[in-house]
Design a binder for this molecule. Structure first.
Ligand code: FES
Length: 376
């Protein structure tokens, strides 16, 4: 069939009135990866009307496929029970959803007014030059990303960074391609909330005195921003879940029967415990290695895990969650355990600093910080 031409660049593709209308894909013949299906179903459960989950569902498919390919759209349509055409209309409307192949890393440099006045155009040029020839990196200019207070800024794989200098672009691209933590001192994320909390002290003479994030060997994301920012502003950190919801208690080990979460509340958090998900398999691998470190250091996995949390200089205390006297006794001993630098280095090799293996373990995220809220 002769390809249907575009009416004009940037406008919707012309429709073919002769074509059979697209149908909702048949679940019996449409293969959908289990992890993607679970993510889409979780998104649909958040809304009374399933169509409202189209953007997060397409976003999840894009993360898996690299772009909103026909196959990705077919899979989302199958799970959501909508037509591919409906999803195509959504995907082609939003700049952050790609209906053409792009690199797996995406850099959006803001060139809107605040960023432009502070060198946004030069920053975009620097990122384009740094990524020149790198097919896996897609660099684009973008309108206001809603983080004008850190202008000039960029979104790199959907994390915000700023204020940035053009000279930092090459290093950021190199770190991105090497799989390293990108510009750790420039990441916004939760640091923004902590900073705002500290600012309140100046404005209304009241202040927040502590932050309560999840933190464990498997959930280290806050080392990038929350912990250094709390230390800087003198806020206490009373972290919770040092045993990562039981993953570091010995409950989940390789080869053992997959024990379902003990409480009804946890059973609702399937993404954190479902062993068929690759992120949880990676947690299982890490637990095995950490358990070996603990055994060689002469302590239990539980002691090592809690002592690791307490050892961070920004952490004030850790909230433990024993349900029995036996649990309590097995955890209290960690208070006097000293971890050597060698043990900490070995843990860093297993789970690099600033890494949360399964993003679902990262705790509550303010809706104001989610990607959808940052969109224009
Ligand atoms: S102008 Fe750049 S984030 Fe608003």
């Amino acid at each position: 069939m002769t390809p249907v031409p575009e009416r004009a660049s940037g406008w919707d593709r012309a429709t073919d009135p002769e074509k059979t209308p697209a149908l909702i894909p048949d679940p019996a013949s449409t293969e959908v990866p289990a992890e993607l299906r679970a993510t889409i179903e979780a998104a649909m459960a958040l809304y009374p009307e399933r169509h409202s989950a189209a953007i997060p569902a397409l976003h999840a498919a894009q993360q898996l496929h690299g772009w909103c390919s026909p196959e990705a759209i077919e899979q989302v349509a199958c799970v959501m029970r909508v037509t591919p055409a409906y999803l195509d209309s959504v995907a082609s409307f939003y700049d952050l959803l790609h209906t053409e192949p792009v690199g797996s890393h995406k850099v959006a440099v803001c060139t809107n007014i605040s960023c432009w006045m502070r060198g946004g155009d030069e920053l975009l040029d620097a990122f384009r030059a740094a990524a020149d020839g790198q097919e896996d990196v897609f660099v684009t200019g973008f309108e206001c990303l809603g983080a004008c207070d850190i202008a000039p800024m960029a979104s790199i794989d959907e994390r915000y960074f700023g204020p940035l200098e053009p000279a930092e672009a090459q290093g950021a691209i190199d770190q991105l391609l090497a799989g390293e933590d990108v510009l750790p001192g420039k990441a916004l994320e939760k640091r923004q909330l902590v900073r705002e909390a500290a600012n309140l002290r100046e404005r209304v003479r009241e202040r927040f005195v502590s932050e309560q994030p999840p933190y464990s060997i498997l959930t280290r994301g806050i080392e990038v921003d929350v912990l250094p920012t709390c230390a800087r502003y003198g806020m206490g950190v009373i972290s919770y879940s040092p045993l990562a919801g039981g993953w570091l208690s010995g409950r989940y080990r390789e080869g053992s029967e997959a024990a379902p979460p003990a409480s009804a509340a946890r059973r609702q958090l399937a993404n954190r415990f479902d062993l068929s998900l690759s992120a949880n398999q990676r947690k299982l691998d890490a637990v095995e290695q950490v358990a070996k470190v603990a055994a060689e250091a002469g302590m239990t996995l539980i002691e090592l895990a809690i002592a690791f949390v307490l050892r961070h200089p920004a952490v004030t205390s850790a909230i433990i969650g024993p349900r029995t006297m036996e649990h309590l006794e097995s955890q209290l001993a960690a208070a006097v355990v000293e971890l050597s630098d060698e043990v900490l280095d070995r843990i860093d090799e297993i789970v690099p600093p600033g890494t949360t293996i399964n993003p679902a373990d990262g705790g509550w995220v303010s809706p104001a910080l989610e990607a959808a809220a940052r969109r224009r």
